[in-house]
Design a binder for this molecule. Structure first.
Ligand code: NAD
Length: 338
């Protein structure tokens, strides 16, 4: 059993912890929380809770919530750390993990140089085999890498142009915006195109990104020039071979991200998460030799299966197909929705 410590128990950390708990080959050695708040309270029902340092540990003791020690203690009792701290902190933690001789996974908010390699299960699982420091790419990059890997594997991809409409912040956040505004990233391409290349090699891709006042999901409008002549039906068939891509339809009432999230709630998964990238069937079409499609990304959860697969790749526990199948089975990915 691989002992997995989770440093940073927010949107991503708490979901990865839950997913690790469901695996047969790994266990959660503990989680790190900075404050004795309601999230720490619920975490302590399932996990040992650690504080980042003595100062935070004191705040826990004063609140009468039990902590099992500090991050340093968790490092001593773990085989790997999944660092899901806010962006920039993971990079600062790298030296600590190195000096503690412990493997670590970082998240997409960190610079790509933080890990020895970046990771996406479909795009480049094998590049992380045996590595000590790996970065799982961001929610948006994971969404693009999933569907573009399916296209690349089946037809080859010559070039891609994608417009990303990004959720402004997560549903549990009341501080960030924009509010009643659309905020374009003024750099073209946005940082997403180079990030996709960290897992898809020399893919020719350009992206633009616009933040919108919504918390539910991101939406991507993707246009891909494929190396083979295909039609929409070929693309739908190809996508259906990838359990982490879910095809939804306006005809079945899925008209917006509101219904996709409602579908996820009906499905009854933990926290109403949707690990799969949802592609609208009707949007898949061929125009002027290019395939177009629109997809939605549940930013809070799509990277969770990737974190589990990355652990297996780093410890060389399973080959790609076996790891993806084990992760999908435990998380219920690929089960028919309706
Ligand atoms: P978050 O703010 O929801 O959670 C981070 C947690 O870490 C918080 O609980 C915070 O209190 C805690 N923390 C802060 N400083 C800490 C420290 N020094 N030590 C330990 N814990 C500390 O952030 P998040 O959304 O989960 O993002 C984490 C990482 O995942 C970032 O790199 C982000 O870019 C990436 N990511 C986020 C999303 C998303 O949509 N939320 C999706 C994919 C990837």
């Amino acid at each position: 059993m691989i002992k997995v410590g989770i440093n940073g128990y927010g949107t991503i950390g708490r979901r990865v912890a839950q997913a690790v708990m469901l695996q047969k080959d790994m266990t959660v050695s503990g989680i790190v929380k900075t404050k004795p708040d309601y999230v720490a309270h619920f975490a302590s029902r399932n996990f040992r809770v650690f504080a980042p340092d003595d100062k935070s540990a004191k705040a826990f003791q004063e609140s009468e919530m039990k902590v099992s020690g500090t991050l340093q203690n968790l490092l001593e009792d773990s085989d790997i750390i999944v660092d899901a701290t806010p962006e920039g902190i993971g990079e600062k933690n790298l030296d600590l993990y190195r000096s503690s001789k412990i493997k670590a996974i970082f998240q997409g908010g960190e610079k790509s140089s933080t890990g020895e390699t970046s990771f996406n299960s479909y795009a480049n699982f094998d590049q992380s085999r045996g590595k000590d420091y790996v970065r799982v790419v961001s929610c948006n990059t994971t969404g693009l890498a999933r569907t573009l890997s399916a296209l690349r594997d089946n037809f080859g991809v010559d070039n891609v142009y994608a417009t990303l409409i990004r959720r402004a912040t997560d549903p549990n956040d009341s501080k960030k915006g924009p509010i009643n505004a659309l905020e374009p990233s003024l750099k073209i391409p946005s940082h997403h195109a180079p990030d996709v290349k960290t897992v898809m090699g020399d893919l020719d891709i350009d992206t633009v990104a616009i933040k919108a006042p919504t918390t539910l999901m991101h939406v991507h409008v993707v246009q891909a020039h494929l190396s083979k002549q295909v039609d929409a039906g070929d693309v739908m068939e190809a996508f259906s071979g990838y359990p982490r891509i879910l095809q939804v339809s306006g005809k079945e009432g899925v008209a917006s991200t509101a219904q996709i999230m409602d579908l996820a709630r009906e499905r009854g998964r933990n926290r109403s998460d949707l690990y799969e990238i949802a592609v609208w069937k009707e949007s898949i079409n061929l125009k002027a030799g290019k395939i177009n499609y629109i997809q939605a990304v549940h930013q809070e959860s799509d990277v969770v299966p990737e974190n589990i697969d990355a652990i297996r790749a780093m410890f060389e526990l399973m080959d790609k197909e076996s790891s993806l199948s084990a992760t999908d089975l435990t998380l219920g990915i690929g089960n028919k929705v309706y």
